[in-house]
Design a binder for this molecule. Sequence first.
Ligand SMILES: Cc1cc2nc3c(=O)[nH]c(=O)nc-3n(C[C@H](O)[C@H](O)[C@H](O)COP(=O)(O)OP(=O)(O)OC[C@H]3O[C@@H](n4cnc5c(N)ncnc54)[C@H](O)[C@@H]3O)c2cc1C
Length: 379
Amino acid sequence: MSTQTTYDAAIIGGGLAGLTLAIQLQQQGLQTILFEKENYPFHKVCGEYISMESWPFLERLGVPLRELQLPRINQLLVSAPSGNYLTQPLHQGGFGISRYMLDHLLYKKALEVGVTVLCNAKVTDIREAADVSEVQTLHEAFNTKLVFGAWGKRANLDVKLNRPFIQPTQRRLNDFIGVKYHIEIDEPENRIALHNFENGYCGISKVENNTYCLCYLTTATQLKNRNGDISQMEAEVLHKNPFLKLIFKRARFIYDKPLVISQISFEKKSSHAGNLMFAGDAAGLITPLCGNGMSMAMHASFILAGLIKQYKQPNKRKKELIAAYLEAWNREFAGRLKAGRFIQGLFGNPLLTNLTVSALKPMPFVTQWLIGKTHGKPF
Ligand SMILES: Cc1cc2nc3c(=O)[nH]c(=O)nc-3n(C[C@H](O)[C@H](O)[C@H](O)COP(=O)(O)OP(=O)(O)OC[C@H]3O[C@@H](n4cnc5c(N)ncnc54)[C@H](O)[C@@H]3O)c2cc1C
C-alpha cells in the first residue's frame, strides 16, 4: 500500500550524488523525498580527498568549507612496490574531509531546505509507470513523478534491475575490495600519497581533526588467497612497499577494525534504465586512483538539477530529459572514465608500476597531462 502524497522526485541513496541532488531539487520547488538505508552520521570506504572542482558547488549549497579549516592538498607522491617514487605538484589540488562529516553536513542541509529524508529506509523495489511510479521500502510504498538512482557502486537494486555489470564475469575490472582506516600519523598535511603494491594501491591524505585517511583498493582474489585475513594480506603484500611498511608501523589506528567493502566494479554502466536516471557511482565509477569520484558524483547531480529546471514539468517530458542527460553525462564524464581505466591498467603489476614511475619521473608534463585527463573544471 502506498501513502497518499505524490512526491515530485524520489532519490534512492543518500551519498553525495543523492544528497546534493535532493537539496537542489527541493530548492527548485520540487517536493523531494530521499531514501537512505543507513542512519547519519556513518563512515564510508572512500579516500576522502576531494578535488577542488567541487569546492564552489559545495559552498553554494551552504556547506561552510572555509570555516571548517580543512587541509588543502597540493602535492602528489606516487610510489611503486619497490619504493621507487615520483612527486608532482597538483595544480588544481583538493581538500580532505571525512565522509562521516561531509555526508552528515549535507544531510542536515537537506532537512533544513525541506527534503523529506528517510533514514534506515532500504528501497527494495521500484515499480515504474509512465506518470506516477512507486518506490517500495521494506515497510511502505511511496508515489513519485520522477525517480533517481543514486545508490552507489552496487546495490540490491542493481540485481533487481538485472544491470549488465553485475553479471558474473571473468573481466579484470569487476571484483575489487576497498579497505579503509582513520589513523593518526605525522605526514605532510598538504600531500596525497598513492603507494602501489601488487594488484592494488593505497592512498593516504589528511582529513579534519588531525586525522589521516588510509584507504586501499585491491582484488578480492588477493584476500581470498589468504582466507579473508586482512592483517595477513597487509603484512605479506602491502608491506613489501617500504613506504607502506613504515606507515603501518608508525600509525595509530583509530578503529579496532577497518571498514571493508567488496564487489567493486569499474565496468561500464548505463546512466539510465527505462525512466530511471542514475547519478554518481550508480552511473559509472572512476578508479579511485584518479581521486575525483566524489566530484563526479556531485557534478552529475548539478547537471541533472540544471536540466530539470530547464524542462518545465519534467515528468511530462521524461524522454527528452533522459536524452539530454545522457548527452550531457557522456560529454562530461565518458572521457574521464576511459582515462581512469587506462591509468588503472598502468598499475597493479609491480614491474609495470615500477617502469611507469621511472618513465614518468623525468617527464612531469606527461604526469600532469594524465592528471588533467581525469579531472574536470570547477562547477
Ligand atoms: C577504495 C575507494 C577509495 C576512493 N577514494 C576516493 C577519493 O579519495 N576521492 C574521491 O573523490 N572519490 C573516491 N572514491 C570514489 C567515491 O567514494 C565515490 O565516487 C562516491 O562516494 C560516489 O558517491 P555516490 O553518492 O554515487 O555513492 P555513495 O556515496 O556510495 O552513496 C550511495 C548511498 O546509497 C545508499 N543505498 C544503497 N542501496 C540503497 C537502497 N537500496 N536503499 C536506500 N539507500 C541505499 C548507501 O547506503 C549509500 O549511502 C573512492 C572509492 C573507493 C572504492
